[in-house]
Design a binder for this molecule. Structure first.
Ligand SMILES: Nc1ncnc2c1ncn2[C@@H]1O[C@H](COP(=O)(O)OP(=O)(O)O)[C@@H](O)[C@H]1O
Ligand SMILES: [Mg+2]
Length: 321
């Protein structure tokens, strides 16, 4: 397996190298371009010679195949959940693009409401067994436990936001839920569930307004070893990609979101860059062809490659742009 560098490799060489490098893409709100970003990054990594597997976990509105110009088909994660396929590698479908496969969640009988947390966990547990270098998870919208867990357990957790108040609000809400979920399932957590539940109510009497406030409260009341949790958080690589940018002011919004999130959560959030709003996106969609393949003149190509290089670090020198 090619060694894949994560952002943390710059600071540490102790990153766990077992299984593929996993990137989860979330948005908090649907329709902001998460699947477009996921499929475009997947193409960039594949062109950078990584073997990439893109998994469509947006069961309710799975559409990764459309962004890659693939025809929908019957098989997918349902077969794995229902034990009709035991090796998850058998679900990998060639995309027609060198080095890029997809695993579809697409099945008429399957929507998010039908996938139990146990079934979802079964999928997550199988990901390290995938024979590839990089796995990208296109997560569903919303803050379900399974979505939050896949987000928090990835090597790199990415948020796609657009420069609109509703998208930004939902991104904060999502990050806050992910943070509290991580705290709840943390092994160092004993007896603080009730405080977390209370803190999640923005109007709570404890005057806890942010995750940082919550950690301070727990620390001051000697309820919790926040240092242990903070150490756990240090391995939480969080990045933001701003999509559908129309002006320079929009780019400032992206940087602002990253710095507010950093202050609010008390953990580093990296602004990875922006992707322009471009009519070529819907033109490509209408033709059912990948933008990065059929529209090489779009400025979006270079923007995605710049982000992809930031994510995969030194290895990006091999990139064919
Ligand atoms: N950079 C962009 N420029 C123009 N349109 C975009 C861009 N990104 C996404 N879109 C449009 O936004 C819509 C939603 O994108 P999609 O990736 O399917 O969203 P999500 O997966 O977040 O629900 C699509 O119709 C797509 O054409
Ligand atoms: Mg989508």
């Amino acid at each position: 397996m090619n060694k894949v560098y994560s952002m943390s490799d710059y600071q540490s060489s102790t990153a766990d190298q077992s299984g593929p490098y996993t990137i989860a893409l979330a948005s908090g709100k649907g329709g902001v371009g998460k699947s477009f970003v996921a499929s475009s990054l997947a193409i960039c990594f594949a062109r950078m010679s990584y073997r990439v597997c893109l998994i469509d976990l947006d069961f309710g509105s799975a559409n990764i195949h459309t962004y890659l110009g693939m025809v929908p088909h019957g098989g997918g994660l349902t077969d794995f959940i229902k034990d009709r396929v035991t090796d998850i590698n058998q679900l990998m479908l060639p995309s027609g693009i060198n080095n890029l496969s997809i695993i579809s969640g697409n099945n008429d009988s399957l929507d998010m409401a039908n996938v139990t947390e146990d079934e979802y966990s079964k999928i997550l547990a199988a990901i390290p067994k995938l024979s590839c270098d990089v796995v990208i998870l296109d997560l569903g919208a919303g803050t379900g436990n399974s979505t939050l867990d896949s987000f928090a357990s990835a090597d790199l957790s990415l948020m796609t936001v657009t420069p609109e108040p509703t998208s930004i609000e939902n991104a904060y809400r999502f990050l806050k839920s992910a943070f509290y979920r991580k705290l709840k399932v943390s092994e160092h957590n004993a007896g603080v569930q009730e405080i977390i539940e209370e803190a999640m109510d923005q109007q709570n009497q404890l005057n806890i307004r942010s995750p940082k406030d919550l950690l301070n409260y727990l620390n001051q009341n000697h309820m919790y070893n926040t240092q242990e949790f903070m150490r756990e958080l240090e391995s939480f690589e969080l990045g933001i990609i701003l999509n559908q940018v129309r002006s320079g002011r929009d780019i400032d919004v992206g940087k602002g979101v990253a710095s507010i999130s950093r202050n609010y959560f008390g953990i580093p959030v990296r602004y990875l860059g922006h992707v322009a709003h471009d009519n070529a996106v819907w033109q490509a969609l209408r033709k059912k062809r990948p933008l990065l393949i059929d529209y090489p003149a779009s400025p979006i190509n270079n923007q995605f490659f710049a982000i992809a290089k930031l994510i995969l670090g030194p290895k990006a020198k091999k990139a064919v742009v």
